[in-house]
Design a protein around this ligand. Structure first.
Ligand code: MG
Length: 375
């Protein structure tokens, strides 16, 4: 399995390993095991009912956190294999990157963060690490999934200095200003490529983005012209798919080429050279990055901040706020294990139990829980 890996790829033979020693597997590599543990986790199954951009009940065809994570993993694996990097590790990080996401997407996360202001805040990326390190209760011998260091390193994309100090090993790089391995860097960009593209599709499907609006974007317009010239009579839905597959292809090819050049220039001999490189080696070219960011800003303006989305945002923000206040006021409104954990804690620790409970909710669970509060 490790024969074709580049010397600077993550390699389980040189890994910083697991927190708790475990015997190896007969049939799988260590990063494959991590990926499989993530797939079998409770948090992973919940992603199917968590909002990406559209709340779950808005329609069956929109991306959910689960399908988003699968698309991120598809893009990440393509890039990893093309660059002779560790595919199972890349897949594991991609599949786990949103495990800590709250219900209702960013509106949910921002509201929970505001509720937690006096108790250390709430950050969905940090929560993804907390899910795999602490919250998943699957093993007799330890809490969490006991993942490999490199998988945990990849899941934690950003972190404040205060949190970094508390996290120990996996927080060190934020204090020492180092980079994570290339597989982690890939997962980070694959996330942005995936949502930029699938949000065009979902936004168009919802009728919130129009073809003429989208054609103001260089990346979209270039692919539109290409498809339109070849298939002048194509119906809109097929047209959009043909455009999106070309956009993904263009960005991913650029990412692979540019990263290959940067790796060649830096000539790292190991994953530690990658960590010490000073800046990320996985990158699009400047020209492509500009188009990518322009599309991202366009989506912010016209989709994420669309009046129809903002109305939904206000509604779900109020829900999360009510839930937090209600559980803080009476911890016994939470299910047994959370109520017990909360009663054994106080202050910020008690609030953290409430935040863990709310963050774990799916959209529809949160809506139902809110209904029982007001019933
Ligand atoms: Mg994501």
């Amino acid at each position: 399995m490790v024969a074709a890996l580049a010397p600077y790829a993550a390699n389980e033979s040189y890994s910083r390993g697991r927190k708790y020693d475990e015997p190896g597997s007969l049939y799988r590599g260590e990063y494959q095991r991590d990926r499989d543990r993530i797939i079998h986790s409770t948090a992973f199954r919940r992603l199917v009912y968590k909002t990406q951009v559209f709340v779950n009940h808005e329609g069956d065809l929109y991306r959910t956190r689960l399908t988003h994570s699968l698309e991120v993993s598809q893009i990440g694996r393509t890039v990893a294999v093309a660059l002779q990097l560790n595919e199972p590790l890349t897949e594991a990080i991609c599949l786990a990157h949103d495990l800590g996401h709250t219900p209702f997407g960013h509106a949910g996360q921002d509201t929970l963060n505001a509720c937690m202001r006096d108790y250390g805040g709430f950050e969905h990326n940090l929560q993804s690490l907390r899910v795999v390190d602490v919250l998943e209760a699957k093993y007799a011998d330890f809490a969490g999934l006991n993942l490999m260091f490199e998988t945990r390193e990849g899941i934690l994309k950003h972190c404040s200095a205060r949190n970094a100090r508390e996290l120990g090993d996996v927080g060190e790089r934020f204090l020492e200003r180092k980079q994570p391995g290339l597989e982690a860097q890939i997962s980070n960009i694959a996330d942005a490529i995936a949502y930029n593209n699938h949000d065009v599709d979902d936004g168009f499907r919802a009728g919130l983005l129009s073809l003429s609006q989208l054609r103001e974007q260089v990346l979209f317009a270039t692919c539109f012209d290409e498809v339109h010239e070849r298939y002048p009579d194509l119906e809109d839905r097929r047209l959009i798919y043909e455009i999106i597959r070309r956009m993904i292809g263009a960005v991913v090819s650029d990412l692979i080429e540019e990263t290959r050049n940067r790796i060649q220039a830096a000539s790292p001999g190991s994953i530690d050279d990658v960590r010490n490189a000073g800046k990320p080696l996985v990158s699009m070219s400047d020209a492509m990055y500009e188009k990518h960011v322009s599309l991202k800003k366009f989506l912010h303006r016209h989709l994420y901040r669309h009046e129809q989305k903002l109305a939904m945002t206000r509604e779900v923000q109020a829900m999360v706020k009510d839930l937090f206040a209600a559980y803080m006021e009476d911890i016994n409104r939470m299910p047994g294990q959370f109520a017990a954990a909360a009663s054994a804690a106080d202050g910020a620790d008690r609030a953290r139990v409430v935040a863990d409970f709310i963050a774990g909710m799916t959209d529809r669970y949160a809506i139902a829980a809110h209904e029982t509060l007001t019933a």
